[in-house]
Write a protein that binds this ligand. Structure first.
Ligand code: GLP
Length: 221
């Protein structure tokens, strides 16, 4: 496990991602939204050609949102990155389709994931894989934990109160060639410590990453 603590974490992570893309332009990656990765996406958006051969899968999406909700994970990732870099393939998650989890799994099975770029919830969730989610889980419709619903309010400003979502499962995240977790701010300090140094348990989904051979935590000071 690689712990990188820096004031410049967003620049450093963006530079590392551009390096990876340089080595492997057709890289297949799964990307998180939330607020944490946005500064990194802002840097990447300035390299519009880097993603020309890449394939991007959205990590998760909230259920029951109006189609034009600007804070959906899809709209957030498009605005921050996708619209600027236009990857060869971009796969969002349409939560209203009952067959969507299987279709997302088929996308993953078509070539695997070289890299998963994740944030972390204050309860240790990865994507919408809340405490107790199975370590070998695949894409699924899931209920959100109370802290996740509360936290989501800052994105929706009262317009929506999602209680569920569809997320790529822990099994596929743990099978990715490389996993990055981005975490910044005092509120994440405790859960980062528990995930990196605490017991490996499904009660703290991010702790399962201790078993992954190639994980980098990009942290602010
Ligand atoms: C959300 C998302 C996660 C995200 C996390 C942290 O609920 N489902 O994918 O990483 O919570 O969000 P933020 O980066 O805004 O703190």
């Amino acid at each position: 496990m690689n712990l990188r603590r820096s004031k410049m974490w967003a620049d450093d992570a963006a530079a590392a991602l551009l390096d990876r893309l340089h080595e492997r332009p057709e890289m297949r990656m799964c990307l998180a939204t939330g607020s944490t990765p946005l500064p990194m996406y802002g840097r990447l958006a300035q390299s519009p050609d880097a993603f020309a051969a890449a394939a991007v899968l959205l990590l998760d999406e909230f259920g029951d949102l109006p189609a034009d909700e600007p804070a959906s994970c899809d709209a957030t990732l498009r605005r921050a990155l996708i619209d600027h870099v236009r990857p060869a393939d971009y796969r969002a998650i349409v939560t209203a389709h009952p067959g969507e989890p299987a279709a997302v799994d088929a996308w993953i099975d078509a070539g695997g994931l070289d890299l998963a770029v994740l944030g972390i919830g204050v309860n240790g969730h990865l994507g919408m894989n809340e405490p107790g989610a199975p370590a070998d889980g695949r894409t699924a419709r899931v209920d959100l934990a109370p802290t996740t619903m509360e936290g989501a309010q800052r994105y929706f400003e009262g317009r929506a109160r999602p209680t569920w979502g569809v997320t790529v499962g822990l099994g596929d995240l743990l099978a990715a060639g490389e996993v990055w977790v981005l975490a910044a701010g005092e509120s994440k300090a405790d859960i980062v410590r528990r995930s990196t140094d605490g017991p490996v348990t499904t009660a703290v989904p991010a702790s399962l990453l201790q078993r992954h051979p190639n994980v980098t935590w990009w942290l602010d000071r």
